[in-house]
Design a protein around this ligand. Structure first.
Ligand code: ACK
Length: 304
């Protein structure tokens, strides 16, 4: 009840769809305010989807309510349940104007980089990205990485496993603030430290830990693995992990043989070492999010 928002108090801008998946869709919208209207994002299911999809969105809503507010988690504004009987639920969240991090890396960041006259290859390998006119620098990448680690600590404190951490599920609120979103695969751990999923349907295999692929076990440490892949996306400026590979069960053998993603172009050797630590075979050997935040923070470069 505390989160209920009446149908009449918000507007869906049907012609401004922000994104869609197989079962869900996100629209831009407006929330009526006392003085002005606020831009919002509205997540709902596609028409005539199975009841389980509606239940999944309800469970995502429940997770978001439980998460409360954090600067690196997309803020829940409320939900409209007036049409739940007809199978419709609307989840209203804050609007993040710059969209998802993966797209931003692939477009804006790359364009800014290309606008540089020439980046000496040596500078890239040693130092990551030099500043540009719009002052995009390696500090931005580190800043995003640190903030995601901070958001993930909050999730862990709230006993939530994200289950689908990836750059596509990180939104940019501004150039220097990122927020984690999409809790559709999240689970709240009440009496357990891990969660075993029943079916393998549609899992994001490129981001999944070895034990998840083998036994469908999700833990905070499998989130750490996905965080490592997200770091790889950030420091490759949005490449798809394991380029050119397609899903086969041989992928598991590949990981079993200790083969991992190679160093992305814009990561220094030290940052690559941090990523690699997230992909330790033994979950217990992987660092936690607090350690990752501290480690990465040390890579901020201050003007000399
Ligand atoms: O990269 P995008 O434009 O940013 O495409 C995805 C798409 O919806 C599917 O998730 C966009 N999106 C999702 N939530 C929000 C939000 N709160 N604010 C802005 N864009 C959003 C996302």
């Amino acid at each position: 009840q505390e989160y209920e928002i009446k149908w009449k108090d918000f507007k869906i801008l049907e012609d401004q769809q922000l994104g869609e998946g197989e079962f869900g869709v996100v629209f831009k919208g407006e929330l009526s305010g006392s003085t002005s209207n606020e831009n919002i994002a509205i997540k709902t299911t596609k028409p005539k989807v199975d009841r389980t999809i509606l239940l999944a969105l309800m469970s995502e809503l429940k997770v978001m309510i439980h998460l409360e507010m954090h600067e690196n988690i997309v803020k829940l504004l409320g939900a409209c349940t007036e049409f739940l009987r007809e199978g419709r639920l609307y989840v209203l969240v804050e609007y993040c104007p710059l969209g998802s991090l993966d797209l931003y890396l692939r477009t804006t960041v790359r364009i800014k980089l290309d606008s540089l006259v020439a980046i000496p290859e040596r500078a890239i390998n040693n130092q990551e990205i030099p500043g540009t006119i719009d002052s995009l620098s390696s500090n931005d990448l580190v800043n995003w990485a640190v903030q995601i680690a901070r958001g993930m600590q909050h999730l862990q404190n709230k006993k939530i496993i994200h289950g689908d951490l990836a750059a596509r599920n990180v939104l940019l609120y501004s150039g220097n603030q990122v927020k984690i979103t999409d809790f559709g695969l999240s689970r709240q751990l009440l009496n357990y430290d891990s969660y075993v999923k029943q079916s393998q349907a549609m899992l994001p295999w490129r981001w999944l830990a070895i034990e998840t692929l083998k036994s469908m076990i999700f833990t905070h440490k499998s989130d750490v693995w996905s965080y490592g892949v997200t770091l790889w996306e950030i420091f490759s400026l949005g490449l798809i992990p394991y380029p050119g590979m397609t899903w086969t069960t041989e992928f598991v053998d590949y990981l079993e043989q200790n083969l991992r993603l190679s160093r992305p172009k814009y990561a220094s050797a030290e940052i690559y070492k941090i990523m690699m630590s997230c992909w330790e075979y033994e979950p217990d050997m992987r660092p936690d999010f607090r350690y990752l935040e501290d480690k990465l923070r040390a890579f901020f470069m201050f003007p000399s």
